[in-house]
Every structure is written in C-alpha cells, then in structure tokens.
Design a binder for this molecule. Sequence first.
Ligand code: DX5
Ligand code: ZN
Length: 229
Amino acid sequence: MTKKTISGRPIIAPSLLSADFLRLEEEVKAAEAAGAGLHHVDVMDGRFVPNITIGPFVVEAIKKAASIPLDVHLMIEEPERYLEDFITAGADYLTVHAEATIHLDRVLNRIRELGALSGVSINPSTPVSSLENVLYAADMVLIMSVNPGFGGQAFIPNSLNKTKELKAAIKKAGSKTIIEVDGGIKPGNAAQVVKAGADVLVMGSAFYNSGNYKKTVEEVMRSVSGKRR
Ligand code: DX5
Ligand code: ZN
C-alpha cells in the first residue's frame, strides 16, 4: 500500500455516511471535483456506537473509485481485530477510538507497521490529556465534536477548547500530528474550528445534503481565509 500525502489547509474531508449509497462512485468523484482532500469513511459496529454502517468490502469498493486518500474512522470495539482488513481494503489514514481499545499505544504503532497513517479519536467526554503519552505514535488526532453514531447532529461548543488544548499539546511535544474535527461542521462554524487549530474538517450532512458540493467547499474556504493560525 502506498501512503498518499495530503496538502493544503484546511483539508475538507466529506463523510460518505451522508452520501447517496446507491450512487457511491459518482458521489466519490463529485466530492473530489468539488475540492475534497480526503474521503472520510465512518465504520460503526452497533456496539461502540448504536448504529451499524459499513465494513472492509465497501471500503475496498470506495478505494477503486477514489483518487484521493481514504480517511477511515473506526467506531468499533476492539479495533485491533480489524486493522489489517481495513488497511488491505485501502485505508490511508486509519483512526481508532481511544475508548475502544485497552492497548492504544500498541494499536497505533501497529497501524504504522501495516503501512497506514495512524489516527486516534476521542469522544466529547474524553479529555485531551489522555492522549499525552501517545501523541508520538499518532499521525492524526480526531476530536469528536458530536457523540459518535450519527450524521446531522449539532456541534458541541466545548470541542473548540479541546482543539486548542490539543494544538498546544502537539506543539509542546514537538510532534507532527495533525488535528481533525468531526461532527456538526458547516460553512457557518468552520472558521472557528480552523482558528482553534483544526487541519482537517469532516463534513457529512453539510456537504452531501448541500445540493452544490463545490459551492460548499468554496464557502468554507472563503470563511476561513485570513483566520488561520
Ligand atoms: C459521526 C461520524 C461523523 C459524521 C459527521 O459519528 O463520525 O463523521 O458522519 O456528520 P455531520 O457532519 O453531519 O455531523
Ligand atoms: Zn467520522
């Protein structure tokens, strides 16, 4: 598997959870044409979160249609059991939840060993300080700005404080970890999230339900220009 790099800030990562699954290939291509930098793929197991979504076979199909990297967000218990399956299926970034595994350090290092970029996500109730000892092993930290499980929920304002705190912790650690924020992001609040320190903005419903993907990306880019750190 080749690691693809992403450039430009902020990166928009449309969440395919809100795409039309009957037209997945077209949706993937339309997101890319609109300026997406990553495809965010939400994997849910009905245990870690109440919802069930997709598995490695669908990730493999998305990979065939995609020309930009896949950002696979595992909202599953014991993610260590499935790292290889999702990386083989085409995950470029593979993100696990800190709350879902006992041996987080081992899991993050294993993701890198398997050739992908490692990500760790924390729920709204999990403190940023819990990641202090694993920042060195994480290419990305994903701050959940809603309680995971569903698209279309409202952004939790405290996520901005957590993003700022994480940005400071990464700086202090001298690490190259990038920050992704996921849940309730739309053109109206994207600038605040970027100002707080986000490198990657996940957008599900606000992107795929917008009717005009290109215009949505342009709106976000316009709102954040001049507000970057
Ligand atoms: C929620 C998922 C998100 C979701 C975002 O559990 O992790 O990626 O799809 O959707 P919006 O942008 O609609 O909140
Ligand atoms: Zn997600």
